[in-house]
Design a protein around this ligand. Structure first.
Ligand code: CMC
Length: 431
């Protein structure tokens, strides 16, 4: 029987090294190179981690060629149709779908932690009045580290669980406060009679002086978008959370690093960038000009919401969101919304252009989410914040998995050094 190994040969010495393959339940196997440096004195070089599996994980599976996304084995399409956000958060954190009692207990625990310490609110006043809400979200989430010394032992499973529930419960409250501060309105307290996403909408969009009724279509749409954003295996923000967590730092600090990594336009910031781009394109008649700009290697412009490191097929999340766009616009907005028409046309042109076809560039999850957020009344600078709130339980699940991994070690990549060779210091007078 063929061995489950890969043999590499050093052509300069003729030395051979047999490396084991690590096979998961599905997906490509990984060559285990942990002995490479010890045996050969070589490192591996893989900028952007194109061929590197950084960990083993049982949470999320992505097949980029087939356009498949599974959470704990369940296809995203089935969860989107039959489940809801808090149930899927439970699934990610605990590994299995909850029974009725488990779901009720989990939901109650999350509700018990929705408020934030009153003194934490004063942190906001240190931010400039027009600070981007991602900036305050990042700072305030990190500052949670200073509030919970009672659950600071990350090697105690109960304390980890409390920290996990606190993060899931408090991040919408903090996100809404970031927005309220940025527009100079009073913070709205969480209302625990509301479901998770309805509560977030209420904290963001209501004001104490007026009655505010949550539109159930809006709450349902947000719940679905959040479910689609929950986790996405070892993407940049998740890898950042794992890397900082590998040092043993507290989970709130880890979340802050995830938020900062998410903010960039190549990652979670793309949803805001898509809307900005659509506004800039402005009209269907300008599409060809922007498609040419996106193809021009001398122009930094990229078609935002297009392309993905792993998906070389239609992003399954984008398929679901695209369909939802029709429903939400139909019920809450204008189904002939010019922004949606522009997005559909842009997608059609790109999907028929050889540049995008040959590079397998398809719309990703961020291409359509902004259009829905806009109809829900969520301002553009909050789009990436919404992504961060939705993704936070995914980060927590990955952090929990990493902490309990038996062969978990501090993450410490190496480098190929290309700087000056050793040289002697010259006194200032001789330079
Ligand atoms: N517009 C124009 N050209 C593109 C685009 C785009 N959006 N995306 C990739 N390309 C080209 C790229 O120039 C390269 O061409 P060539 O082979 O001629 O040099 C080729 O396609 C491969 O791209 P890459 O940059 O090597 O691919 P990557 O895996 O390193 O980057 C990406 C993936 C998502 C950063 C990139 O596609 C991109 O910048 N997209 C726009 C931003 C975006 O929508 N990000 C959200 C990603 S999904 C949600 C999330 O992760 O948060």
């Amino acid at each position: 029987m063929a061995k489950d190994t890969v043999t590499i040969i050093d052509n300069s010495t003729g030395k051979e090294l047999e490396l084991p393959l690590r096979r998961g339940t599905i997906g490509p196997a990984a060559v285990d190179i942990t002995s490479l440096y010890r045996e050969f004195g070589y490192l591996t070089y893989d900028p952007g981690f194109m061929s590197t599996a950084s960990c083993r994980s049982s949470i999320t599976y992505v097949d980029g060629n087939e356009g498949v996304l599974l959470y704990r084995g369940y296809p995203i399409e089935q969860l989107a149709e039959h489940s809801h956000y808090i149930e899927v958060v439970y699934l990610l954190l605990y590994g299995e779908l909850p029974n009725q009692q488990q779901l009720a207990d989990f939901s109650d625990s999350i509700k018990a932690h929705t408020m934030i310490n009153e003194s934490l609110k004063s942190f906001y006043h240190g931010f400039h009045h027009d600070a981007h809400p991602m900036a305050s979200l990042m700072g305030v989430v990190g500052s949670l580290s200073s509030f919970y010394p009672d659950a600071a032992d990350i090697y105690d499973s109960q304390q980890r669980e409390i920290a996990a529930h606190r993060i899931v419960a408090k991040i919408p409250t903090i996100a809404a406060a970031s927005y309220k501060y940025s527009i100079g309105e009073p913070f709205v307290y969480p209302k625990n009679s509301l479901a998770y996403c309805a509560n977030l909408l209420n904290m963001m969009l209501s004001v104490p002086s007026e009655d505010y009724e949550i539109n159930p279509v809006a709450a349902k749409a947000l719940d679905l978008i959040f479910m689609l954003h929950l986790d996405h295996e070892q993407n940049v923000s998740t890898s950042t959370v794992r890397l900082s967590g590998s040092t043993g730092t507290n989970p709130f600090a880890c979340m802050a690093t995830g938020i900062s990594a998410l903010w960039g336009p190549a990652h979670g910031g793309a949803n805001e960038a898509v809307l900005t781009m659509l506004e800039e394109i402005g009209d269907v008649k300008n599409i060809s000009k922007y498609i040419e700009k996106a193809k021009d290697k001398n122009d930094p412009f990229r078609l935002m919401g297009f392309g993905h490191r792993v998906y070389k097929n239609y992003d399954p999340r984008a398929k679901i969101i695209r369909k939802m766009c029709y429903e939400v616009l139909d019920k809450l907005g204008d189904s002939s919304d010019p922004m949606f028409e522009l997005a559909l046309k842009l997608e059609e042109v790109a999907l028929n252009d050889d540049y995008f076809v040959s590079r397998k560039l398809y719309p990703n999850v961020d291409f359509y989410s902004g259009i829905i957020y806009r109809v829900l009344g969520i301002p553009t600078n909050m789009f990436t914040v919404m992504f961060a709130v939705a993704r936070a339980p995914g980060w927590v699940a990955q952090w929990l998995e990493m902490i309990t991994e038996p062969d978990q070690r501090i993450g410490r990549p190496r480098q190929v050094y290309e700087g000056a060779k050793p040289r002697d210091y010259l006194p200032l007078s001789k330079r």
